[in-house]
Design a protein around this ligand. Structure first.
Ligand SMILES: C[S@@+](CC[C@H](N)C(=O)[O-])C[C@H]1O[C@@H](n2cnc3c(N)ncnc32)[C@H](O)[C@@H]1O
Length: 405
């Protein structure tokens, strides 16, 4: 039986704290959830199921398919067990393999040695059964084997994603401090964005939030743009199955959105990049782009979400300058937001206090190692003013009506 037919454990990994949203996505795709960790969700299936997950999961970084498991106490044990596995059924002699690992075991002080042993074992196995062997290296764009070694347990995974799924393939022009695509999707799902109402994204930068919001609203699979996945470099991969899966995913895409998606930034180069990225993602026709200060972002009548991801600054000088920006975001919420839910994603809680509204929810996230928060504000109707009010002498009235109870 080809290993393609075999059901096994599948682990989808994600950023720390994102597993509640990943778990919900898995269930929506009708996958059972067997375990949930801080940065991973376990399910089961065959390799074709792993393909489905790669195509559809918005919040996952990698989809790992368990190929074998054994015990090992030393590096020699690891090598002896790995060299016995039939790697020739997994990859071609003229292929290329990358071995990655996580090791938490007394035998290992430097994890890189595990990758090297893994590569040696695969190469030596090929030498035993053939006169040629695949190349190996650190690039993750072809076959990737992941070794998870905890205490004396070794789990040998096929990394069916290869490069992280956060690289969707649409962000050709990244700009400074872009949000990872998977983080943007996680933030949107945490906020409850399903495509109802309008989505307003001032300070859009390279457009990640607006693009991911459009993809979610359209029910468009996030993996449709990307052309390369780890599973494509496993022996036995059938391109026609992948084509069929993509065709089915395309048929499920909604044609129209009920609301508007608006993305603005003060820098023309940012808006140009965001528009280009949206075009690559196939959603530019659904987003109204404009170059303007965030305070001039048009907010349509109705309801929905207004979401900001301003810089959160590293140096004292920057932070001082940002205080006024955060205050301004609070004013924008008060003046333009009634009827909407307001959100700010930031890694600086002190700056967030400058918003001056009562926070309804604080949802924790990690942007790399930086602890961040998505803060939600309920914005109440009553004193919406247009165009955005310059500072006037009736500020008191706004304060009374906008502060959440
Ligand atoms: C942290 S970046 C946003 C990154 C974005 N989420 C992405 O994925 O690329 C902050 C953005 O705010 C924009 N910005 C700063 N001050 C602004 C202002 N006064 N009005 C509008 N945009 C502003 C910057 O040009 C920058 O693109």
């Amino acid at each position: 039986m080809s290993f393609w037919m075999k059901k096994s454990k599948i682990i989808a990994t994600c950023a720390k704290g994102v597993s509640p949203y990943l778990q919900a996505e898995m269930r929506d795709l009708n996958f059972p959830v067997h375990a949930v960790g801080e940065a991973a969700v376990e399910t089961e299936g065959a390799l074709e199921d792993a393909m489905t997950l790669n195509l559809n999961l918005r919040t996952a970084h990698r989809v790992l398919y368990l190929y074998h498991a054994f015990t090992a106490n030393t590096l020699d044990d690891l090598y002896r067990r790995l060299v016995r596995l039939s790697w020739e059924e997994v990859l071609d002699t003229d292929g290329y393999v990358c071995v990655t690992s996580f090791a938490d075991t007394p035998a290992i002080r430097d994890g890189r040695i595990v990758n090297l042993k893994g590569k040696d074992a695969v190469a030596d196995r090929f030498r035993q059964v053939s006169d040629r062997r695949p190349d190996s290296g650190a690039a993750r764009d072809r076959t990737v084997i992941h070794l998870y070694w905890k205490h004396n347990q070794v789990l040998v995974y096929l990394d069916t994603s290869g490069d992280s799924l956060s690289k969707r393939g649409y962000r050709k022009i990244p700009l400074q401090a872009p949000m990872q695509e998977t983080l943007a999707a996680s933030v949107l799902l945490a906020a409850g964005w399903q495509g109802e109402g309008h989505f307003i994204n001032p300070m859009c930068g390279s457009g990640t939030l607006a693009i991911e919001a459009a993809l979610i609203a359209l029910n468009r699979a996030p993996g449709l743009v990307r052309t390369n996945y780890g599973f494509m470099h496993l022996k036995g991969f059938t391109p026609s199955h992948w084509r069929d899966m993509r065709t089915r995913a395309r048929k499920a895409v909604r044609k129209q959105l009920p609301g508007k998606i608006v993305a603005t930034d003060v820098r023309r180069e940012a808006v140009d990049a965001a528009r280009q990225n949206a075009r690559t993602a196939g959603v530019d026709h659904l987003i109204d782009f404009a170059v303007c200060d965030y305070r001039e972002t048009p907010v349509p009548e109705g309801n929905g979400m207004i979401m900001f991801n301003p810089a959160y600054g590293e140096r004292m000088g920057e932070i001082a300058a940002l205080e006024a920006v955060y205050q301004g975001v609070g004013d924008f919420f008060k003046q333009q937001g009634p009827g909407y839910r307001g959100y700010i994603f930031t890694g600086n809680p002190a700056l967030a206090k400058k918003i001056g509204l009562k926070t309804k929810r604080r949802i924790p996230f990690f942007n790399g190692e930086i602890e961040c928060r998505l803060l939600e504000y309920e914005l109440y109707a009553g004193s919406r003013k247009r165009p955005p009010a310059p500072v006037t002498d009736n500020e008191n009235e706004e304060d009374q009506t906008q502060e959440a109870p």
